[in-house]
Ligand binder design. Structure first.
Ligand code: S3P
Length: 458
């Protein structure tokens, strides 16, 4: 898109729902090389949305050009921003200011992305515009009440919604949003962010209290764009975030670091394939995103931090990863928010570890792009890995992994990538039924993995 000033195109249709692309990962030789995975998905969505709200120009480098983020870019354009692609990952957003959103003349289609739609519902909710939100079959199954409930309290009207508070739905934003103090019932950065974004236009302080702290990219970006935000601890694992209302955001440059949730796939692959040594550069090391690295190190992983530095307000590092013998560990429930997207690939690592890995408190996995708890369990079963689910806990018993499949991916990019990683170290390789959704978050996954030495047939 050179200038994304046209209304959102139906991404879900363009995506070709139903046109599955199967693939097989074969047991591969050592993986070697130095790669930078694409930009962080969470930061990329937010950079565009803050660019929309800001006065003046926001220049973004390293933007993830995956389908999820491109849909957010189209939505920003439909809401009045000028959105231009200047080069690979290099985008310029000319914003409309905190009260300047225009009413879109078509449905905003967020494809597969829960982050895109939930953050944008918050953004629109705090503005006097009406908009309709939709997505693909996976997104239409996901719960939206977690965002609609606090937004209603702030004065947003839900004009139409599908059964159970699901997409497609239409919101009429508030002319004068009420500032709210809200304790999130589930640990969700998306819910926190929706409330804070709606609170930008509110007259008083908007406060979000989390019992379990989640990723803090929205708080950081609010401050970076000129809003007044303060954060205090709340209980042993929580935080209390206060945003002063009436903020006037000013455009600011954003350099997007490499996505730790995407880096997780080549990282675990390097740990599992004998003889491997891979360097992952510029990986974001935000403390609310590094639960997987902490867990893998407890399992005995050889992950060396080569150069930790601060770039664009985030800590980043190059990581050297070598093949390692892993042992099972217990992962506490309170760590889940800092690695919520990494459990599928951790389950794959656990399948190769010695002994049991117990992953506690995984209820939120049931409402991701798929029911990830069920999808992971079914995939493990299809590959001969012994495991069980007890309540919200997943317990995997490691050992020699047979592999096989086919693994059903249920429109879920991370299920597809995780089981392809398994195939690189499993005796029989692993087939997955559909790799097309990988394009939502990591479009270069297949060529990048092949460049490291992975044999993946698609
Ligand atoms: C995200 C938050 C997480 C995560 C998602 C990205 C974000 O979801 O799973 O991939 O950018 O805020 P929840 O906040 O709903 O847990």
């Amino acid at each position: 898109m050179s200038t994304a000033s046209s209304p959102a195109s139906p991404a879900s249709a363009a995506h070709g729902e139903g046109a599955s692309v199967p693939a097989t990962a074969l047991a591969s030789g050592p993986l070697n090389g130095r790669v930078r995975v694409p930009g962080d998905k969470s930061v990329s969505h937010r950079a565009l949305i803050f660019g929309l709200f800001a006065e003046g120009v926001t220049e973004i480098t390293g933007l993830l050009e995956g389908e999820d983020v491109l849909n957010t870019a189209k939505a920003c354009a439909a809401l009045g921003a000028k959105v231009e692609r200047l080069g690979e990952g290099h985008w310029r957003v000319t914003g409309v200011g905190s009260r300047g959103l225009s009413e879109p003349d078509a449905v905003l289609d967020f494809g597969n992305s829960g982050t895109g739609v939930r953050l944008m519902m918050g953004a629109v909710g705090g503005q006097p515009v009406t908009a309709t939100f939709d997505g693909d079959a996976s997104l239409r199954r996901r719960p939206m009440r977690r965002v609609l409930d606090p937004l209603r309290e702030m004065g947003v009207a839900v004009v139409a919604e599908a059964e159970g508070g699901r997409l497609p739905l239409t919101l009429k934003g508030s002319v004068a949003p009420t500032a709210l103090t809200y304790e999130t019932p589930v640990p969700s950065a998306q819910v926190k962010s929706a409330v804070l974004l709606a609170g930008i236009g509110a007259p008083g302080n908007t406060v979000v209290i989390e019992r379990e702290a989640t990723r803090d990219h929205t708080e950081r970006m609010l401050a970076h764009f000129g809003a007044h935000v303060s954060v205090e601890p709340h209980g042993p694992h929580g935080r209390r975030v206060t945003l002063e209302g009436g903020a006037k955001l000013k455009g600011a440059p954003v350099a997007v670091p490499a996505d730790p949730s995407s880096a997780a796939f080549p990282l675990v692959a390097a740990l599992l394939v004998p003889g491997s040594e891979v360097i992952l550069t510029d990986v974001m090391m935000n403390a609310f995103r590094t639960g997987l690295i902490a867990t893998l190190k407890e399992m005995g992983a050889d992950i060396e931090t080569l150069a930790e530095r601060s770039e664009g307000g985030e800590s980043v590092a190059d990581l050297r990863v070598r093949h390692s013998r892993l042992k099972g560990v217990e992962v506490p429930a309170h760590r889940a928010p800092s690695m919520i997207d990494e459990y599928p690939v951790l389950a794959v690592a656990a399948a190769f570890a010695e002994g049991e890995t117990i992953m506690r408190g995984l209820a939120e996995l049931r409402v991701k792009e798929s029911d990830r708890l069920a999808a992971v369990a079914d995939g493990l079963a299809a590959c001969g890995v012994s495991h069980r689910i007890e309540g919200d806990d997943l317990i995997v018993t490691g050992g020699g992994v047979r592999g096989g499949g086919p693994v059903k991916t249920h429109m879920d990019h991370r299920i597809a990538m995780a089981f392809l990683v398994m195939g690189l170290a499993a005796k029989e390789g692993v087939s997955v039924d559909d790799v097309s959704f990988i394009a939502t978050s990591f479009p270069s996954f297949l060529p990048m993995m092949r460049g490291l030495g992975a044999e993946i047939l698609a």
